[in-house]
Design a protein around this ligand. Structure first.
Ligand code: MN
Length: 355
Protein backbone atom coordinates (compact mmCIF):
# COMPACT_ATOMS: atom_id res chain seq x y z
CA UNK A 1 0.00 0.00 0.00
CA UNK A 2 1.23 3.48 -0.85
CA UNK A 3 2.71 5.39 2.07
CA UNK A 4 0.48 8.27 0.92
CA UNK A 5 -2.60 6.22 1.85
CA UNK A 6 -4.36 8.03 4.71
CA UNK A 7 -3.73 6.82 8.23
CA UNK A 8 -6.66 5.95 10.45
CA UNK A 9 -5.59 6.86 13.98
CA UNK A 10 -7.87 5.84 16.86
CA UNK A 11 -10.69 8.27 17.44
CA UNK A 12 -10.61 10.85 20.21
CA UNK A 13 -12.31 9.13 23.18
CA UNK A 14 -13.43 12.41 24.64
CA UNK A 15 -13.68 15.07 21.92
CA UNK A 16 -14.74 18.65 22.66
CA UNK A 17 -17.73 18.17 20.35
CA UNK A 18 -20.66 15.84 19.81
CA UNK A 19 -20.58 13.90 16.57
CA UNK A 20 -23.73 14.29 14.48
CA UNK A 21 -23.87 12.07 11.41
CA UNK A 22 -26.16 13.64 8.84
CA UNK A 23 -26.76 11.13 6.01
CA UNK A 24 -27.66 7.84 7.66
CA UNK A 25 -29.78 5.44 5.66
CA UNK A 26 -32.87 3.51 6.66
CA UNK A 27 -35.42 1.32 4.88
CA UNK A 28 -38.73 0.37 6.52
CA UNK A 29 -39.44 -3.37 6.46
CA UNK A 30 -42.65 -2.93 4.42
CA UNK A 31 -40.70 -1.15 1.69
CA UNK A 32 -38.04 -3.87 1.75
CA UNK A 33 -40.87 -6.33 1.00
CA UNK A 34 -41.85 -4.23 -2.02
CA UNK A 35 -38.24 -4.15 -3.22
CA UNK A 36 -38.05 -7.93 -2.96
CA UNK A 37 -41.27 -8.26 -4.91
CA UNK A 38 -39.98 -5.98 -7.67
CA UNK A 39 -36.69 -7.90 -7.80
CA UNK A 40 -38.71 -11.08 -8.35
CA UNK A 41 -41.26 -9.61 -10.78
CA UNK A 42 -38.94 -7.32 -12.81
CA UNK A 43 -41.76 -4.94 -13.75
CA UNK A 44 -39.83 -1.66 -13.59
CA UNK A 45 -37.16 -0.60 -16.08
CA UNK A 46 -34.45 0.50 -13.66
CA UNK A 47 -31.23 -1.48 -14.19
CA UNK A 48 -29.50 0.47 -11.39
CA UNK A 49 -32.08 -0.64 -8.84
CA UNK A 50 -31.88 -4.25 -9.94
CA UNK A 51 -28.08 -4.25 -9.86
CA UNK A 52 -27.76 -2.55 -6.45
CA UNK A 53 -30.63 -4.13 -4.56
CA UNK A 54 -30.23 -7.44 -6.31
CA UNK A 55 -26.83 -7.66 -4.68
CA UNK A 56 -27.79 -6.20 -1.31
CA UNK A 57 -30.75 -8.55 -0.86
CA UNK A 58 -28.63 -11.56 -1.84
CA UNK A 59 -27.32 -14.43 0.24
CA UNK A 60 -23.80 -13.13 1.02
CA UNK A 61 -22.95 -12.27 4.62
CA UNK A 62 -22.28 -8.67 3.54
CA UNK A 63 -25.79 -8.43 2.08
CA UNK A 64 -27.42 -10.05 5.11
CA UNK A 65 -25.64 -7.69 7.54
CA UNK A 66 -26.54 -4.69 5.41
CA UNK A 67 -30.17 -5.74 5.04
CA UNK A 68 -30.57 -6.15 8.80
CA UNK A 69 -28.76 -2.93 9.66
CA UNK A 70 -30.58 -0.71 7.16
CA UNK A 71 -33.97 -1.80 8.53
CA UNK A 72 -33.04 -1.15 12.15
CA UNK A 73 -34.33 1.86 14.00
CA UNK A 74 -33.62 0.12 17.27
CA UNK A 75 -30.79 -1.25 19.36
CA UNK A 76 -28.54 -2.47 16.54
CA UNK A 77 -28.29 0.98 14.99
CA UNK A 78 -27.73 2.54 18.42
CA UNK A 79 -24.97 0.07 19.28
CA UNK A 80 -23.29 0.69 15.89
CA UNK A 81 -23.44 4.43 16.59
CA UNK A 82 -21.87 3.81 20.02
CA UNK A 83 -19.13 1.70 18.39
CA UNK A 84 -18.40 4.64 16.05
CA UNK A 85 -18.60 7.44 18.61
CA UNK A 86 -21.63 8.95 16.89
CA UNK A 87 -23.95 10.77 19.27
CA UNK A 88 -26.81 11.68 16.95
CA UNK A 89 -27.87 10.32 13.55
CA UNK A 90 -29.92 12.27 11.04
CA UNK A 91 -31.81 9.31 9.56
CA UNK A 92 -33.49 9.30 6.18
CA UNK A 93 -35.10 6.95 3.71
CA UNK A 94 -32.46 5.21 1.60
CA UNK A 95 -32.24 5.20 -2.21
CA UNK A 96 -34.30 4.86 -4.29
CA UNK A 97 -36.83 5.17 -1.46
CA UNK A 98 -40.33 5.52 -2.83
CA UNK A 99 -39.08 6.74 -6.21
CA UNK A 100 -39.41 3.37 -7.88
CA UNK A 101 -43.19 3.28 -7.74
CA UNK A 102 -46.04 5.15 -9.40
CA UNK A 103 -46.60 8.61 -7.84
CA UNK A 104 -49.72 7.62 -5.91
CA UNK A 105 -48.20 4.44 -4.42
CA UNK A 106 -45.06 6.43 -3.68
CA UNK A 107 -47.04 9.09 -1.78
CA UNK A 108 -48.72 6.44 0.39
CA UNK A 109 -45.37 4.77 1.08
CA UNK A 110 -43.79 8.10 2.04
CA UNK A 111 -46.54 8.75 4.61
CA UNK A 112 -46.02 5.31 6.13
CA UNK A 113 -42.22 5.71 6.16
CA UNK A 114 -42.43 9.11 7.85
CA UNK A 115 -44.77 7.77 10.52
CA UNK A 116 -42.38 4.89 11.25
CA UNK A 117 -39.38 7.21 11.34
CA UNK A 118 -41.17 9.50 13.80
CA UNK A 119 -41.86 6.46 16.01
CA UNK A 120 -38.17 5.58 15.95
CA UNK A 121 -37.27 9.13 16.93
CA UNK A 122 -39.75 8.98 19.79
CA UNK A 123 -38.08 5.81 21.14
CA UNK A 124 -34.60 7.36 21.04
CA UNK A 125 -35.21 11.12 21.22
CA UNK A 126 -31.59 11.90 22.11
CA UNK A 127 -30.09 9.80 19.32
CA UNK A 128 -32.23 10.10 16.17
CA UNK A 129 -33.58 12.96 14.18
CA UNK A 130 -35.22 12.36 10.82
CA UNK A 131 -35.91 13.82 7.40
CA UNK A 132 -39.23 13.46 5.60
CA UNK A 133 -39.63 11.33 2.50
CA UNK A 134 -42.02 12.40 -0.24
CA UNK A 135 -43.07 11.38 -3.75
CA UNK A 136 -41.40 13.92 -6.08
CA UNK A 137 -43.66 13.23 -9.08
CA UNK A 138 -46.77 13.93 -6.98
CA UNK A 139 -45.77 17.52 -6.07
CA UNK A 140 -48.97 18.70 -4.37
CA UNK A 141 -49.01 15.70 -2.05
CA UNK A 142 -45.25 15.89 -1.63
CA UNK A 143 -45.50 19.49 -0.40
CA UNK A 144 -48.30 18.48 1.96
CA UNK A 145 -46.32 15.53 3.29
CA UNK A 146 -43.24 17.68 3.85
CA UNK A 147 -45.41 20.10 5.85
CA UNK A 148 -46.96 17.26 7.85
CA UNK A 149 -43.55 15.72 8.45
CA UNK A 150 -42.08 18.94 9.78
CA UNK A 151 -45.08 20.42 11.61
CA UNK A 152 -46.73 17.26 12.96
CA UNK A 153 -43.98 14.64 13.16
CA UNK A 154 -41.02 16.82 14.12
CA UNK A 155 -38.90 15.88 11.10
CA UNK A 156 -36.19 18.43 10.28
CA UNK A 157 -36.31 18.70 6.51
CA UNK A 158 -36.94 16.56 3.46
CA UNK A 159 -34.99 14.11 1.37
CA UNK A 160 -35.32 12.83 -2.16
CA UNK A 161 -33.14 10.30 -3.91
CA UNK A 162 -32.24 12.23 -7.06
CA UNK A 163 -33.99 11.31 -10.33
CA UNK A 164 -37.30 9.44 -10.33
CA UNK A 165 -37.18 6.89 -13.18
CA UNK A 166 -35.27 9.44 -15.25
CA UNK A 167 -37.27 12.54 -14.26
CA UNK A 168 -35.42 15.51 -12.74
CA UNK A 169 -36.98 18.17 -10.54
CA UNK A 170 -35.74 21.18 -12.51
CA UNK A 171 -39.09 21.16 -14.32
CA UNK A 172 -41.21 23.90 -12.73
CA UNK A 173 -44.18 21.58 -12.35
CA UNK A 174 -42.38 20.07 -9.35
CA UNK A 175 -41.38 23.30 -7.64
CA UNK A 176 -44.28 23.28 -5.19
CA UNK A 177 -42.06 20.99 -3.10
CA UNK A 178 -39.24 23.53 -2.96
CA UNK A 179 -41.71 26.34 -2.31
CA UNK A 180 -42.95 24.41 0.73
CA UNK A 181 -39.39 23.78 1.96
CA UNK A 182 -38.50 27.46 1.71
CA UNK A 183 -41.71 28.48 3.47
CA UNK A 184 -41.07 25.95 6.26
CA UNK A 185 -37.43 27.09 6.41
CA UNK A 186 -36.12 23.51 6.25
CA UNK A 187 -33.42 22.02 4.01
CA UNK A 188 -33.92 19.39 1.33
CA UNK A 189 -31.29 16.66 1.06
CA UNK A 190 -30.55 15.71 -2.55
CA UNK A 191 -29.30 12.16 -2.04
CA UNK A 192 -27.82 9.95 -4.77
CA UNK A 193 -29.18 6.94 -6.44
CA UNK A 194 -27.99 4.85 -9.36
CA UNK A 195 -28.12 6.54 -12.78
CA UNK A 196 -31.37 6.18 -14.70
CA UNK A 197 -31.99 3.65 -17.47
CA UNK A 198 -31.02 6.35 -20.02
CA UNK A 199 -27.72 7.15 -18.27
CA UNK A 200 -26.44 3.94 -16.73
CA UNK A 201 -25.32 1.90 -19.75
CA UNK A 202 -21.67 3.04 -20.02
CA UNK A 203 -21.18 2.71 -16.25
CA UNK A 204 -22.45 -0.85 -15.88
CA UNK A 205 -19.89 -2.95 -17.71
CA UNK A 206 -17.07 -1.99 -15.35
CA UNK A 207 -19.20 -1.78 -12.24
CA UNK A 208 -18.96 2.01 -11.98
CA UNK A 209 -22.71 2.69 -11.71
CA UNK A 210 -23.21 2.92 -7.95
CA UNK A 211 -21.37 4.65 -5.09
CA UNK A 212 -17.96 4.21 -6.71
CA UNK A 213 -18.74 6.94 -9.29
CA UNK A 214 -22.20 6.77 -10.93
CA UNK A 215 -23.99 8.23 -7.89
CA UNK A 216 -21.81 11.33 -7.93
CA UNK A 217 -22.22 11.92 -11.69
CA UNK A 218 -25.98 11.55 -11.55
CA UNK A 219 -26.55 13.56 -8.37
CA UNK A 220 -24.13 16.35 -9.27
CA UNK A 221 -25.96 16.61 -12.60
CA UNK A 222 -29.31 16.90 -10.81
CA UNK A 223 -27.99 19.67 -8.55
CA UNK A 224 -26.64 21.60 -11.53
CA UNK A 225 -29.93 21.18 -13.43
CA UNK A 226 -31.76 22.78 -10.48
CA UNK A 227 -29.28 25.66 -10.48
CA UNK A 228 -29.32 26.22 -14.26
CA UNK A 229 -33.14 26.15 -14.32
CA UNK A 230 -33.24 29.19 -12.06
CA UNK A 231 -34.64 27.38 -9.01
CA UNK A 232 -32.70 29.61 -6.63
CA UNK A 233 -33.82 32.83 -8.32
CA UNK A 234 -37.37 31.74 -7.51
CA UNK A 235 -36.56 30.50 -3.99
CA UNK A 236 -33.50 32.45 -2.87
CA UNK A 237 -33.56 31.14 0.72
CA UNK A 238 -33.87 27.46 -0.25
CA UNK A 239 -31.13 25.19 1.12
CA UNK A 240 -30.16 21.96 -0.67
CA UNK A 241 -27.83 19.48 1.04
CA UNK A 242 -25.39 17.42 -1.01
CA UNK A 243 -23.40 14.51 0.43
CA UNK A 244 -20.05 13.00 -0.55
CA UNK A 245 -18.25 16.34 -0.34
CA UNK A 246 -20.81 17.87 -2.69
CA UNK A 247 -20.59 15.08 -5.29
CA UNK A 248 -17.32 16.80 -6.35
CA UNK A 249 -19.06 20.06 -7.35
CA UNK A 250 -16.91 22.17 -4.98
CA UNK A 251 -13.83 20.86 -6.79
CA UNK A 252 -15.39 21.94 -10.12
CA UNK A 253 -16.64 25.27 -8.77
CA UNK A 254 -14.35 27.60 -10.70
CA UNK A 255 -14.90 25.90 -14.06
CA UNK A 256 -18.65 25.47 -13.58
CA UNK A 257 -18.95 29.14 -12.69
CA UNK A 258 -16.76 30.30 -15.58
CA UNK A 259 -18.45 28.20 -18.24
CA UNK A 260 -22.01 28.55 -17.00
CA UNK A 261 -21.49 32.32 -16.91
CA UNK A 262 -20.82 32.26 -20.65
CA UNK A 263 -23.38 29.63 -21.60
CA UNK A 264 -26.24 31.26 -19.69
CA UNK A 265 -25.98 34.50 -21.71
CA UNK A 266 -25.19 32.89 -25.08
CA UNK A 267 -28.75 32.04 -26.22
CA UNK A 268 -27.20 28.79 -27.43
CA UNK A 269 -29.69 26.50 -25.65
CA UNK A 270 -33.45 26.84 -25.75
CA UNK A 271 -33.96 26.17 -22.04
CA UNK A 272 -30.97 28.09 -20.65
CA UNK A 273 -31.16 31.79 -19.89
CA UNK A 274 -29.36 34.35 -17.78
CA UNK A 275 -29.73 34.04 -14.02
CA UNK A 276 -29.73 36.76 -11.37
CA UNK A 277 -26.53 35.51 -9.76
CA UNK A 278 -23.49 33.46 -10.70
CA UNK A 279 -23.23 29.65 -10.37
CA UNK A 280 -20.60 30.35 -7.73
CA UNK A 281 -23.11 32.22 -5.57
CA UNK A 282 -25.83 29.58 -5.76
CA UNK A 283 -23.47 26.68 -5.07
CA UNK A 284 -22.36 28.40 -1.91
CA UNK A 285 -25.38 30.33 -0.64
CA UNK A 286 -28.06 27.75 -1.48
CA UNK A 287 -26.19 24.58 -0.50
CA UNK A 288 -24.79 22.75 2.49
CA UNK A 289 -22.43 19.83 2.04
CA UNK A 290 -21.64 16.68 3.98
CA UNK A 291 -18.69 14.31 4.10
CA UNK A 292 -20.70 11.08 3.74
CA UNK A 293 -18.52 8.26 2.47
CA UNK A 294 -15.36 10.37 2.59
CA UNK A 295 -13.18 9.33 5.54
CA UNK A 296 -10.33 11.49 4.33
CA UNK A 297 -9.35 14.98 5.45
CA UNK A 298 -8.10 16.75 2.29
CA UNK A 299 -11.41 17.07 0.37
CA UNK A 300 -13.21 18.04 3.57
CA UNK A 301 -10.67 20.77 4.24
CA UNK A 302 -10.95 21.87 0.60
CA UNK A 303 -14.74 22.18 0.96
CA UNK A 304 -14.30 24.16 4.15
CA UNK A 305 -11.88 26.48 2.37
CA UNK A 306 -14.00 27.17 -0.73
CA UNK A 307 -17.57 26.70 0.52
CA UNK A 308 -17.06 27.86 4.09
CA UNK A 309 -16.58 26.02 7.37
CA UNK A 310 -20.17 26.93 8.26
CA UNK A 311 -21.61 24.81 5.40
CA UNK A 312 -19.64 21.58 5.68
CA UNK A 313 -21.02 18.81 7.91
CA UNK A 314 -20.05 15.32 9.01
CA UNK A 315 -21.87 12.18 7.78
CA UNK A 316 -20.95 8.50 7.82
CA UNK A 317 -23.41 7.05 5.24
CA UNK A 318 -24.32 4.13 7.51
CA UNK A 319 -24.83 1.31 6.75
CA UNK A 320 -23.71 1.61 3.12
CA UNK A 321 -20.26 2.59 4.34
CA UNK A 322 -19.97 1.52 7.96
CA UNK A 323 -16.31 2.05 8.84
CA UNK A 324 -16.00 3.22 12.46
CA UNK A 325 -12.23 3.84 12.01
CA UNK A 326 -12.95 6.70 9.59
CA UNK A 327 -14.18 8.77 12.51
CA UNK A 328 -10.65 8.75 13.94
CA UNK A 329 -9.21 10.02 10.65
CA UNK A 330 -11.58 12.99 10.75
CA UNK A 331 -10.99 13.66 14.46
CA UNK A 332 -7.32 13.97 13.51
CA UNK A 333 -7.79 16.58 10.75
CA UNK A 334 -5.37 19.45 11.26
CA UNK A 335 -7.97 22.21 11.34
CA UNK A 336 -8.82 24.63 14.12
CA UNK A 337 -10.98 23.56 17.05
CA UNK A 338 -13.79 25.87 15.93
CA UNK A 339 -13.84 24.48 12.38
CA UNK A 340 -13.82 20.92 13.71
CA UNK A 341 -16.72 21.54 16.08
CA UNK A 342 -18.61 23.27 13.26
CA UNK A 343 -18.03 20.22 11.06
CA UNK A 344 -19.02 17.55 13.56
CA UNK A 345 -21.71 19.36 15.50
CA UNK A 346 -22.60 23.04 15.18
CA UNK A 347 -23.61 23.24 11.51
CA UNK A 348 -25.90 20.22 11.79
CA UNK A 349 -27.48 21.58 14.96
CA UNK A 350 -28.23 24.86 13.24
CA UNK A 351 -29.45 23.48 9.88
CA UNK A 352 -31.51 20.59 11.30
CA UNK A 353 -32.55 22.44 14.48
CA UNK A 354 -31.10 19.90 16.87
CA UNK A 355 -31.22 21.17 20.44
MN1 MN B 1 -26.10 7.87 1.54
Amino acid sequence: MSDRYPAMPPRDPNPPYKRIATEEAWLPPDMMEMYLKELADQNIDDPGFHSLWGFFTGSTQKAKDHSRRIQSLGEERISDMDASGIDIAVVSLTAPGVQLFDPETASALAISANDQLAEGMARYPDRYVGLAAFSPLDPANAAKELERGVDKLGLRGGIFNSHTLGTYLDDERYWEIFEAAEALDVPIYLHPQTPSAQMIEPFLKRGLDAAVYGFACETGLHALRLMAAGLFDRFPKLQIVLGHCGEALPYWLYRIDFMHGHISVSARYEHVGPLKRRAWDYLIDNFHYTSSGVGWGPPIKFCQEVIGADRMMYAMDYPWQFVPEEVGALDAMDIGDGAKKAFFEDNARRLFRIE
